[in-house]
Design a protein around this ligand. Structure first.
Ligand code: ADP
Length: 560
């Protein structure tokens, strides 16, 4: 706990709610600036829509969604068209208030005309979404999965997924939605906070029974029924990576605003809660992302009417303790220091031609320039020597100053036995591990990089008209068909529309989503016949190329 009045810098700050809980200038904070805003229902739906426009197949794990009230006419029109083209389609929709949680204000409808636009909860902005009617059932009950994901770093992107999660069960047997059962929350909504009030709720005293179980217990069950659990995991990993790729552009805008590049500041990491629903065919669908997932490991039990007691929950404990323990292990500042030390002492092996029987240890600055040296990090070199049988312990690496090496080895490997005493990591790295497969999806990230570059004054998240004009001019996007007057009109039109949607009135100017829309518009204009993602990729290359040439010219002028 941060004692009152104490202002000494810490290694790790564990904030309860957001990045802004304290003013932090160093160390690591367990929250990213802007995360709460980025994963709100409306913002998430917008980010997913942008990705669905670019890559419809890759992002079909998020239900089709519309934002209320502004997209109500669009929702009505699109549903009408879909119904006309397929009269057998009998959809159900779920309406979820923006910023709501624990099922608050959620209701199901069969027709767009059933949307409630009056009353205090109902008049809140909301997302209306296609309802997934055929979920996978276990014991005839609908359930969802809560998976914990660690976003360890934004730049470079580092993502870890917990190997186990929670499965939260409904408490009434599931039936596909009909007008009669639409309002039965214990049948349709899996929220723990709702179902705990059902008389059918069973507090789990083991990990594979009751209304909250471990995800691994469900996987075991599916596997025994012959389901392809490996494929399911791989689909879940891909869902998580793609979702984070959709969120990073916005997060980077917030990040540069709170922690400007080049200035001393903290770094951030964050545990996110992913809510996932499995369809009957085992396809995982994303429901939402939580910036502040509950880390409670006990639950309230009513001992006698009105008398409650907190009792340990073995399922929560099993999953959550491991997530927090391993997050701390991964962001361990001592480990970081050891890693830095490891980076500093590069070891060099002589070129094979001049191979001497006992290769020597060199400090980086002492490289023997007559030889071409292959650098190996200390830990690698130790492994190498141990494997070759050239030494039995770090102290015996030939050519080394024994005491120095032993000391350094301690720094790299940690005090002996410390890591070994801990269970193996429950957090599995998925990015950059699988980065190659997903890098083509990171187009909006590159658009955001352009946006940030032209933001100008540090600390802002919105682009002014001058910044937008400079972007057009530097990227050579204006020509006889697209005058600077047309550029101004584009800026004003798009900015006004986004600002009228009223998400953030703190600053005036063009927000990232508005810039992305303008960018897509320019890409469509310039590369007419291509699919959208190719239009955007081509325009990005065009802009990046012009900016690189400009930077080069500026460098030359500088030298001149
Ligand atoms: P909240 O933040 O209020 O919990 P969610 O988006 O998680 O809102 O929705 C609450 C519950 O409603 C989910 O846990 C899930 O059981 C159900 N649900 C949400 N969206 C859908 C959907 N598109 N299809 C089927 N069920 C859904």
């Amino acid at each position: 706990q941060f004692p009152f009045g104490r202002r000494l810098p810490c290694d790790i700050y564990w904030h309860g709610v957001s990045f802004h809980d304290n003013n932090i200038f160093s160390g690591q904070v367990n929250k990213f600036p802007g995360m709460m805003e980025t994963v709100r229902k409306i913002t998430l739906s917008r980010a997913m829509r942008t990705m669905q426009d670019l890559f419809p197949l890759e992002y079909n794990f998020y239900p089709r969604s519309w934002i209320l009230p502004e997209e109500l006419p669009l929702f009505v029109a699109e549903v009408r068209v879909m119904k006309d083209s397929d009269p057998s389609w009998k959809p159900t929709f779920i309406v979820k208030p923006d910023g709501g949680c624990q099922g608050d204000g959620i209701y199901l409808i069969k027709d767009p005309s059933d949307i409630r636009l009056t009353g205090s909860i109902q008049s809140r902005p909301a997302v209306v979404q296609e309802y997934i009617c055929k979920p996978l059932l276990v014991d005839k009950l609908k359930f969802d999965i809560r998976l914990y994901v660690l976003l360890k770093s934004l730049e470079p992107l580092e993502i870890y997924i917990a190997k186990d999660g929670l499965s939260r069960f409904c408490t009434e047997p599931y039936q596909e939605p009909t007008l009669k059962n639409l309002h039965q929350v214990f049948m349709h909504l899996t929220n723990y906070s709702l179902n705990i009030h059902s008389e059918n709720f069973i507090h789990s005293d083991s990990v594979n029974t009751g209304s909250k179980r471990t995800f691994s217990s469900i996987l075991c069950r599916l596997s025994s029924r012959g389901a392809d659990v490996k494929k399911l995991w791989s689909d879940i990993i891909s869902l998580v990576i793609k979702t984070i790729i959709a969120l990073t552009p916005e997060l980077k805008v917030y990040y540069q605003s709170d922690i400007p590049a080049g200035k001393p500041g903290p770094t951030c990491f964050q545990i996110l809660g992913f809510d996932i629903l499995l369809m009957k065919n085992l396809k995982p669908m994303l429901l939402e992302v939580n910036a502040n997932p509950s880390m409670r490991i006990e639950h309230e039990q009513e001992l006698s009417p009105g008398v409650f007691e907190n009792v340990p929950s073995p399922v929560d404990e099993e999953v959550k303790v491991a997530v927090i323990r391993d997050t701390l292990r991964l962001v361990d500042p001592q480990k970081k220091k050891r890693k830095d030390a490891q980076g500093n002492i590069c070891l060099c092996l002589p070129h094979p031609k001049g191979f001497t029987k006992f290769p020597c240890l060199y400090w980086e600055g002492m490289k023997d320039k007559q030889h071409k040296h292959h650098s190996l990090k200390l830990s690698l070199k130790l492994k190498f020597y141990l494997k070759l049988g050239l030494c039995s312990s770090p102290e015996h690496v030939p050519g080394s100053s024994e005491s120095l090496l032993a000391e350094r080895a301690e720094e790299v490997t940690g005090p002996r036995g410390h890591e070994a005493a801990l269970p193996s990591l429950c957090l599995k790295q998925v990015f950059p591990k699988y980065a190659k497969q997903f890098s083509y999806l990171r187009l909006v990230d590159r658009v955001a990089a352009l946006f940030i570059r032209f933001l100008g004054v540090k600390g802002t998240t919105k682009l002014g008209p001058t910044g937008f004009r400079t972007f057009i001019r530097n990227c050579k996007l204006s020509n006889s068909n697209f005058s600077m007057a047309a550029v101004d009109i584009l800026y004003i039109d798009i900015t006004r529309r986004w600002n009228s949607m009223g998400i953030d009135h703190k600053e005036s100017g063009m927000c990232l989503q508005a810039f992305v829309e303008a960018f897509f518009c320019l890409a469509q204009k310039k590369y007419k016949s291509l699919p959208l993602h190719e239009q955007v990729a081509s325009l990005l290359e065009f802009c990046e190329c012009h900016l690189a040439a400009l930077a080069e010219r500026r460098l030359l002028w500088g030298w001149g």
